[in-house]
Write a protein that binds this ligand. Structure first.
Ligand code: SF4
Ligand code: SF4
Length: 131
């Protein structure tokens, strides 16, 4: 098992229990293109075996299948529940991670997928002071 894979399990676990460390302001709106369900960059997952392991620990991962590998050698996943119309076919029963997307608070740097209607704006220190 690679260090990145172990890290990915660690990040997955702390995402449930640890207060998030980076806060963003999210601007824009969803264009319902479905790209975020079709081009999911799986941080730290590099092969089928590692995905299977994640599916075993986190059963909701079973909806994902591999469609490619990104420039960092990490898996690109797609979801079996994405309809041809680009919409989620289990919208009311989608997992928390989907409901929460795009998350405003996460524990590592993030970018929106190309073509997404949302934009991430890192909060300035002054904005934190206002709160
Ligand atoms: S990629 Fe962005 S615009 Fe497209 S469906 Fe996902 S959130 Fe909406
Ligand atoms: S469950 Fe629905 S919202 Fe979540 S990744 Fe699959 S298609 Fe997208």
């Amino acid at each position: 098992m690679s260090i990145d894979f172990i890290k990915s399990i660690y990040y997955e676990l702390i995402s449930y229990f640890v207060p998030q460390r980076i806060t963003y302001r999210i601007e824009g709106e969803c264009r319902k293109c479905g790209r975020c369900c079709r081009q999911i960059h799986a941080y730290g997952l590099k092969n089928q075996k590692e995905l299977k392991f994640m599916q075993y620990i986190f059963p909701w991962y079973k909806r994902f299948f591999i469609t490619g590998i990104d420039e960092n050698g990490e898996l690109i996943l797609s979801c079996i529940y994405l309809g041809e119309d680009g919409l989620c076919s289990v919208y009311k029963k989608r997992p928390f991670v989907c409901k929460n997307y795009p998350a405003k608070k996460i524990s590592f740097n993030a970018e929106m997928i190309d073509g997404c209607g949302f934009k991430i704006v890192k909060k300035e220190f002054k904005e934190y002071l206002k709160n």
